[in-house]
Design a protein around this ligand. Structure first.
Ligand code: FES
Ligand code: MG
Length: 578
């Protein structure tokens, strides 16, 4: 690779632990003998930390225990010394109230592990939703050489001759069950068909979006993010990442060399061209913040206005990640975006330039990865809305919504929190019609807490039975990347922090106009001021513990929901023991 000159062994960071004349180095060498290694197996070699988010409770990462062995194989082959570190697992389906509460905790763990141990380079393994941004945020702050190994999507789901998308088809068939179209027998079969192999969700949910973002940033091996978790190519990619990180460590090629403003802009472009998850907006703003780059909601809206959606993947489209892989995967899509939309001369961890990385990348199926001349949607999938209801912004994934609702005014039906909404949404006395605007508050970063994925509010049973499948819904929550509908999300400031969402009352008229980028409460300012004067901030929930730390430091959605003390610039001293 071109770039920084090769380090001498005594210039490696780990030399401070193993190679000096002092008592501490003697002790570290003695403890490495205790681990069962001879001096010639590790001394003078780059130490590569393999951060593994495997856990028995994380089905998306169940293959990472054995896949770490492939990474280590590559590290040994290239003359490095691999050490595996189990780190916290954020299992999207199981962790409550939401793994988003713990994204910053895994980011902290990642940074502190890399910083406090004798690490010259790291391989980061994960893929389930928040894991990718968490690992990359922590590694960007630690700023060592690192390669990300995406967990890979699971295989297509199957049921009675149809393909199923995890998440997306779960919501769809649950609505069919509520509408009385299917019963327990069908549900039992669906349980076995929705998610049938290791790997992360194979729709274009948050996981597929964020692993693609990692590849677009240039911190994975070429093509890594689309390879199905159980494909043998995934092991080959993991071993190649192991070999590559050793070279990066010898060059001292830290992540900041790759995580440039151009790289983040290309990552936004990629997320939008994929019709990716709205969660990418929050995560990318937080990740860029760790790189000292001020990515904003306006950047997303600006890029979205010119980037077409090319990937025809559910929930915005028809296919699944396995199809996308066979159609050419992310390299095929990036090659299509090409010079017109991407910065091709920036370096990646695998090649001297993105241009070199994409050389020879082809699209094999124009129905899955559409040509620029025939996009799925001429504009990127996400729009940023503003107005008196969202002074600091809100987002909507309009490609996954009923086009007839993208300009709509209707009366609000307000729910103060998720439990109340669940308990009362089918209450006929609320008088909900297809024209109503469903409003959920108390579900933001503080209110949720952790900004849970409550944003796709359920459509009341009586309307489902009438065939209504979409309505305008507003919240300060997030939405699963596998969800869909005319759902306005991430309203900032959130109601819990005194945002105007806290002031909406039943019957107020609300206007959504996506082409004008407007979200407006049709109530005059004087009345809103009266309501604000009567508003009281809800008490904090946590008397102690991580939740109390979270409440004290979490930022709002428009700035990425990082902790202020993690996102700000500042020096951290090296911890060498001497
Ligand atoms: Fe892990 Fe969807 S549950 S990616
Ligand atoms: Mg998800």
């Amino acid at each position: 690779m071109s770039g920084p000159a090769r380090l001498k062994p005594e210039e490696l960071r780990s030399h401070q632990w193993y190679g000096t004349d002092g008592l501490r180095s003697f002790s570290h060498r003695a403890r490495t003998r205790q681990l069962g290694y001879l001096p010639e197996e590790h001394l003078g070699k780059p130490v590569i930390a393999v951060l593994n988010t495997w856990s028995d409770i994380n089905p998306c990462h169940q293959h990472l225990r054995e896949r770490a062995e492939a990474v280590k194989r590559g590290v040994w082959q290239a003359g490095g010394f691999p050490l595996e570190f189990p780190v916290s697992t954020l299992s999207e389906t199981y962790q409550k109230p939401t793994p988003m509460l713990y994204r910053n905790l895994l980011a902290m763990e990642t940074e502190e592990l890399l910083h406090s141990y004798p690490v010259d380079g790291a391989v980061l393994m994960g893929g389930c939703d928040k894991t990718t941004p968490a690992l990359l945020m922590g590694a960007a702050s630690a700023d060592l050489p690192a390669v990300f190994v995406p967990a890979g999507p699971m295989l297509r789901g199957h049921w009675r001759g149809q393909t199923l998308g995890s998440g997306t088809d779960m919501w769809k068939y649950w609505d069919d069950k509520r509408a009385g179209l299917i019963g327990e027998c069908e549900l039992a079969e669906l349980e076995c068909g929705l998610a049938r192999s290791p790997g992360h969700c194979m729709t274009m949910g948050t996981a597929s979006t964020m692993t693609a973002v990692a590849e677009a940033l240039g911190v994975t091996m070429p093509g890594a993010s689309s390879i199905p978790a159980v494909d043998s190519g995934h092991s080959r990619m993991a071993a190649a990442a192991g070999r590559r990180i050793v070279e990066l460590a010898w060059r001292g090629a830290a992540l900041s060399r790759f995580l440039s403003p151009e790289a983040y802009e290309d990552a936004v472009t990629t997320a939008l061209a994929l019709g990716g998850s709205t969660n990418a907006v929050i995560h990318l703003i937080a990740m860029a913040g760790r790189s000292g780059i001020g990515l904003t909601l306006e950047d997303f809206d600006r890029i979205a206005r010119r980037v077409p959606v090319l990937a025809d993947i559910r929930p915005g489209g028809s296919y699944l990640m396995e199809d996308f892989h066979y159609a050419g995967g992310l390299p095929g899509l990036l090659a299509r975006l090409g010079e017109e939309y991407l910065h091709l001369d920036r370096p990646t961890v695998a090649r001297d330039s993105l241009r070199e990385q994409l050389a020879g990348a082809l699209v094999h199926d124009d129905t899955v990865i559409r040509p620029l001349s025939d996009p799925l949607c001429a504009e990127g999938g996400v729009a940023v809305l503003r107005g008196n209801l969202a002074p600091d912004g809100a987002v909507i994934k309009h490609v996954a919504a009923d086009p007839g609702l993208l300009r709509h005014t209707g009366p609000a039906v307000v729910f103060d929190d998720y439990r109340t909404m669940q308990a009362t949404i089918n209450d006929p006395s609320l008088g909900i019609t297809a024209d109503s605007v469903l409003v959920l508050r108390g579900s933001g970063p503080l209110g949720g807490p952790g900004m849970p994925e409550y944003g796709m509010l359920p459509i009341p049973d009586h309307l489902l039975k009438e065939g209504v499948r979409d309505m305008v819904r507003l919240s300060d929550a997030r939405m699963s990347g596998t969800s869909y509908g005319a759902c306005v999300l991430h309203i900032a400031p959130e109601s819990h922090a005194g945002g105007p969402l806290a002031l909406v009352r039943n019957g107020d008229r609300v206007t959504l106009d996506v082409s004008a980028r407007v979200l407006r409460l049709e109530v005059d300012d004087a009345e809103l001021e009266r309501r604000r004067a009567a508003w009281q901030r809800p008490p904090s929930r946590y008397g102690r513990g991580y939740g109390a730390l979270y409440e004290q430091h979490i930022t709002q959605a428009d700035t990425g929901c990082d902790f202020g003390f993690l996102s700000r610039p500042g020096e951290v001293p090296e911890p060498y023991a001497g």
